[in-house]
Write a protein that binds this ligand. Sequence first.
Ligand code: GNR
Ligand code: NI
Length: 170
Amino acid sequence: MARLEILHYPDPRLRTVAKPIARIDARIQQLAADMAETMYAAPGIGLAATQVNVHERIIVVDVSEDQSDLRVLINPSFEPLDVQTKTYQEGCLSVPGVYDEVERPDRILVRAQGLQSESLVFEADGLLSVCIQHEIDHLDGKVFVDYLSRLKQGRIQTKMVKEARQRATL
Ligand code: GNR
Ligand code: NI
């Protein structure tokens, strides 16, 4: 097991579109375990491979309060189940300290593969739905701040670059 380093916005590597995973083998099992360890240590409720600079389509999610509901989703996709949207205050381990409202479909149908290559199909709503959509965005090179105004995006970028510079000169 290993903790992986998380990329910070506006790192251009967060814009990489991840490739589908063709073979779920020991390497992918190890990556999933390392991603789960990294997510729990952060702590966070989800992590996409993109955030640890691995550009393959795998995410880990656990929205439980006691780390009892880990889901590893490989090649995940979703479709909205109705037109209802919900606004949620989102945060991101790649944009630490920034929280803002994002509107997304509420009820979704999720399709993915599990670690044994089994097909997973399930419905999600609430926080689980938000988190899965947020993680799939990462796999497509998107970050939640992309949904905010250009003004807010500029301010967030300035703040993040300043903080990175401060860390570098400690
Ligand atoms: O830990 C996380 N919390 C969170 C809160 C609201 C909406 C989305 C998230 S995901 C985030 C972890 C993360 O950055 N995953 O990519
Ligand atoms: Ni994120």
